[in-house]
Ligand binder design. Structure first.
Ligand code: FES
Ligand SMILES: [Fe+2]
Length: 349
């Protein structure tokens, strides 16, 4: 079984939610990495996150009030700023010399970029992120996604991630009439892969002309698909006129639940015209992926040994190898060394 025993990796940025899900002056309670968190956006627009737990007597802070500047605890009114620092304890009287600022709710580093709120999951002893969250190629830092959808998957991050790099389920799972009718017309595919920072990528190649979806992009449409830790798949389609980037990101909610985010940025105006339709279709796709994972859980409860078959499942094995190397490198206090080599994979799908 491909199991590293680590439900999630530390020292990485994860997608928390699309920025538009959190309006100024509002808070949003979410459990990530098995920990209840409280996100908020100040009236000035800055997003913050801290543990959803009052350090006084432990009530979740989401039950309190947020005025756009500070969160006030529901129980005894202690106040906390966006950095998690306590700013006021109403019970104190003049002369009671107590420095509130010494009290802190554990806070997380968050950053909003390209319309997504990313949260940094630190490694013990190293709180600061080594760099900014991953940037989607070809779009500026303030680019808004064309749309972002997310679904709850009742499985740990690893199984949700194997799904991202599984090239042969489509004909059996994505069986809508507008996509593929049945699995009787499988074609042989050969794709070239190379190592990339923190993962690997399917080398840039021309999209086959029979791919109707990208025909309006013009001629010479190429694509590159990158997979990287901790569970990101970035597909970049480019032509001389247009660009489209699709991000699939798996965020661990608990050891046995994940959220899968599907986000697109694109340049063609005609795609924006039919955005509601495209968003709906992407939702149907993600529902199909989720529904089959729901069924799979019944079997996984028995903790079976998994039988992965080359070349179709080669990428699932690569993910496992890259993740294991990351964990080992962290344990041994050395730099990560990508264990993958260039490789051509062939399968029918
Ligand atoms: S429990 Fe929050 S102020 Fe007392
Ligand atoms: Fe799928």
């Amino acid at each position: 079984m491909l199991d590293t025993g680590a439900a999630w990796l530390d020292d990485f940025w994860y997608v928390a939610f699309p920025g538009r899900a959190l309006k100024p002056g509002r808070t949003l309670a979410r459990t990530l990495f098995g920990e209840p968190l409280l996100f908020g956006r100040t009236s000035e627009g800055k997003v913050f996150a801290f543990k959803d737990l009052c350090p006084h007597r432990g009530i979740p802070l989401r039950h309190g009030r947020f005025d756009g500047k500070e969160v006030t605890c529901r129980y005894h009114g202690w106040r906390f700023g966006p950095d998690g620092r306590c700013t006021a304890i109403p019970s104190l009287v003049p002369g009671q010399d107590f420095d509130c600022a010494r009290i802190r709710v554990g806070s997380y580093t968050v950053e909003e970029r390209q319309g997504l709120v990313w949260i940094f999951r630190p490694r013990k002893g190293r709180e600061a992120p080594p760099g900014p969250p991953p940037a989607m190629p070809g779009f500026p830092a303030d680019a808004r996604p064309a749309f972002a959808i997310q679904r709850h998957f009742p499985c740990g991050a690893d199984h949700a991630i194997y799904g991202l790099m599984d090239p042969t389920h489509a004909a059996f799972v994505h069986t809508s009439w507008w996509w593929k009718k049945d699995a009787s017309k499988l074609r042989q595919k050969t794709k070239h892969f190379e190592p990339a920072p923190l993962g690997w990528r399917m080398k840039r190649h021309r999209l086959p002309p029979e791919n109707r979806m990208y025909r309006p992009f013009g001629r010479e449409v190429t694509t590159e698909i990158g997979y990287q830790l901790p569970g990101l798949r970035v597909e970049e389609v480019r032509s001389e006129r247009h660009a489209l980037v699709g991000l699939t990101a798996v965020t661990p909610l608990t050891a046995s639940e994940s959220e899968v985010h599907q986000v697109f940025w694109w340049t063609p105006a005609w795609m924006t015209l039919i955005q509601p339709l495209l968003k709906h279709l992407a939702g149907v796709f993600l529902d199909q992926d989720r529904d089959v994972v729901v069924l799979q859980q019944e079997g996984l409860k028995q903790n079976p040994a998994l039988l992965l078959v080359d070349d179709a499942d080669a990428q699932a094995k690569w993910y496992f190898r890259v993740k294991r190397e990351w964990l080992r490198a962290a344990e041994e206090g050395r730099a990560f060394e990508n264990p993958l080599r260039e490789k051509t994979l062939t399968w029918r799908s």
